[in-house]
Design a protein around this ligand. Structure first.
Ligand SMILES: CC(C)(COP(=O)(O)OP(=O)(O)OC[C@H]1O[C@@H](n2cnc3c(N)ncnc32)[C@H](O)[C@@H]1OP(=O)(O)O)[C@@H](O)C(=O)NCCC(=O)NCCS
Length: 172
């Protein structure tokens, strides 16, 4: 379990499914990420199991890191953070929070912790994110975190990259 000023952050597991579903079961969550993040609690449990299983054997050195984020004051699950790390020392990051908790700096606080963890604990270098151009809150958030816009196609082979996306790098 990791702590920031207002958040508790822990590796995701299937016991988080109900709380995470309650936070993310809202059509606004999927607006810019290609559809709903979750459809049912059972589907979310399966997805969490899939994430825990990690990348396919073809990519044994890649790592999937997923955390659930709670509000420290009451323990309520408010969102999740994810990173895929690659063997030559870089990572791709993303975050999904429930609309009830938007606009209070929680995603920024969680993402700052994740960046520090990836850099400090895991020794990773450049970090990347791909974002739909209409996703103004995510673009703003990345800029606040110090990410810089890069001209697609990205220098790194981002798994989450779609042709229309904007690409951001936080240089090492
Ligand atoms: C993107 C997301 C994580 C932001 O969460 P959040 O907790 O509201 O983020 P924060 O409060 O830390 O910061 C959001 C910033 O965007 C700004 N913002 C919010 N809505 C905005 C909008 N419609 N247009 C422009 N800026 C906006 C906020 O003012 C804030 O900037 P500020 O710190 O300068 O005031 C959240 O909207 C989300 O989960 N969306 C659905 C999933 C998603 O799209 N994930 C990103 C995939 S790339």
């Amino acid at each position: 379990m990791h702590r920031t000023d207002r958040l508790l952050i822990e590796p995701i597991d299937r016991t988080h499914a109900e709380g995470l579903f309650a936070a993310l079961d809202d059509p606004r969550v999927g607006e810019h990420i290609g559809g709903p993040d979750v459809t049912t609690i059972e589907a979310l449990r399966e997805r969490i199991d899939h994430l825990a299983a990690g990348p396919r054997p073809e990519w044994p050195e890649d790592r999937w890191l997923n955390w659930v984020v709670r509000r420290a004051e009451d323990g309520v699950i408010i969102g999740r953070l994810e990173a895929t790390t690659y063997p030559d020392g870089w990572a791709e990051v993303a975050y999904v929070f429930g609309p009830a908790y938007w606009g209070q700096g929680y995603a920024g606080e969680g993402a700052r912790w994740m960046i520090e963890h990836l850099r400090g604990e895991l020794g990773l270098g450049d970090l990347w994110a791909a974002v739909h151009p209409d996703n103004a809150a995510s673009v703003r958030l990345l800029e606040r975190l110090g990410f810089e816009a890069r001209t697609p196609p990205p220098r790194r082979p981002l798994g989450s990259y779609d042709d229309v996306d904007l690409v951001f790098e936080l240089p090492a």
